[in-house]
Design a protein around this ligand. Structure first.
Ligand code: AMP
Ligand code: MG
Length: 407
């Protein structure tokens, strides 16, 4: 077998190189409704207090706590959204709704369930502590507090917080545009008729979906034939239109694996082999400072390589501070064979059993078998060591691919 001219890098070293070449994109200011999933390019400091005034936390009556239980005179009404001028004096109460400003003189609210109202009088049926059911100004958020930081992903709560502070927009990193190209003479798109020897292109669609899940905007470059001219044109078009390019296929040791030499000609290849399974021929280059990921052709290899290298790069390009998946210790429910020479990333379903997390692998781990990835919520990271067999009950490290759990 011919030897690859590329040094075999460790997964860690390869990831460091990738991240060193995945620069953050230029921030843009977007309105609130367009912020979902974007990461902040600025810190947010509150210029307003929440709540801005002492507010009732319940529907009921604004009272003077020291008055205690007993019958009181109803002297007015205070609705949310209005400021009344009815003063609460000893022996008097004001009817109040949740969110309404506490009227002057009052220092507590008694909820309606602990009262009864009759002919202009209100019976307070409970002892009352000062500030009971009152949200003092700034109790949730003070002026000058840093509430969100650069790099933080904006989800529903974060966007709600921006809105509650009166901010109509925020400075965020844009979604990276990611051109996705399949390579191979054997590939046809779903919907086309297959001639003998041909197979369907699945990588383009799985990778575009992976781009989307990682917050990127996929651009479909189609299929390039295993010919230098075709590949060259696709790479050029892709890099013109996108911030980064992801290809699959054409990076192993076959005579039509043309991508590595082509990337060498057009830019800089930073590595061409990684000590992992699946995904060993993963190749990373930059062309005019844009990252190019030439992923292996086998469907599972390309997805695992995407997960370990492209995803963190895309997150970094979109300014995210949290690049890594959560890693947890899981217990194997059965013996697992793995490669004793390379780090192996085994697809598994992790679930909770009592206080422990347990992992069951998804069957045959062949790198062409997409079913090994279907339904997996974790990658077990198995270190190259020993005989290559881990017994049932062994504790191993898992990268959680999402935080949902099967039933
Ligand atoms: P290659 O790295 O080009 O030699 O491809 C390795 C294996 O992956 C071959 O069996 C290819 O047919 C298969 N393959 C390559 N690209 C794709 C793709 N886009 N979709 C499905 N299988 C692919
Ligand atoms: Mg090929």
């Amino acid at each position: 077998m011919p030897e690859s001219p590329y040094v075999m890098l460790s997964v860690d070293a390869a990831l460091r190189l990738v991240l060193a070449h995945a620069s953050r994109l230029t921030p843009v200011r977007l309105p609130l409704r367009a912020l979902g999933g974007r990461a902040l390019a600025e810190d947010i400091v509150s210029a307003e207090a929440i709540p801005p005034f002492a507010a009732a936390a319940k529907d009921g009556y604004a009272v003077i706590a020291a008055d205690g239980p007993g019958w009181r005179r109803l002297v007015g009404e205070q609705m949310a959204g209005y400021v009344g001028n009815e003063r609460v004096t000893p022996g008097a109460v004001v009817r109040i709704t949740t969110g309404a400003p506490l009227p002057p003189g009052a220092d507590a609210v008694v909820m309606v369930e602990q009262t009864q109202e009759q002919a202009g009088l209100v019976e307070i049926q409970t002892g009352v502590a000062p500030l009971a059911d009152v949200r003092p100004p700034g109790i949730d958020l003070e002026v000058g507090q840093r509430v969100l930081s650069q790099g933080q992903r904006l989800g529903p709560a974060e966007i709600g917080l921006l809105a509650s502070l009166g901010l109509p927009d925020a400075l965020v990193f844009p979604a990276p545009r990611v051109a996705v190209l399949s390579t191979g003479d054997e590939l046809r798109s779903p919907g086309e008729t297959l001639a003998p020897g041909q197979i369907r292109d699945s990588n383009r669609f799985s990778l575009m979906a992976a781009v989307q899940e990682a917050g990127g905007e996929p651009l479909d470059l189609g299929i390039a034939r295993d010919r230098q001219g075709d590949l060259e044109a696709c790479i050029r078009d892709g890099l013109l239109a996108a911030d980064t390019l992801v290809t699959s296929g054409g990076v192993s040791m076959g005579q039509l694996d043309l991508l590595k030499p082509l990337l060498e000609m057009q830019g800089t290849v930073h590595f061409g082999r990684v000590n992992m399974k699946p995904g060993k021929p993963l190749t990373f280059a930059t062309i005019a400072d844009k990252p190019v990921f030439a992923l292996p052709g086998f469907p599972v290899s390309s997805l695992v390589a995407f997960e370990l290298f492209v995803r963190p790069a895309l997150l970094q390009m979109q300014g995210r501070a949290d690049l890594a998946r959560l890693q947890v210790a899981v217990r194997l429910t059965h013996a697992v064979h793995h490669d004793p020479q390379r780090w192996e990333f085994v697809r598994a379903v992790v679930r909770r059993e009592g206080d422990a997390l347990i992992a069951t692998t998804t069957g045959s781990q062949s790198s062409g078998r997409l079913l090994s990835m279907v339904g997996a919520n974790a990658l077990l990271q198995l270190a190259p060591a020993g005989s290559g067999t881990l017994p049932a009950g062994a504790l191993v490290s898992a990268l959680l691919l999402n935080s949902n759990s099967p039933r």
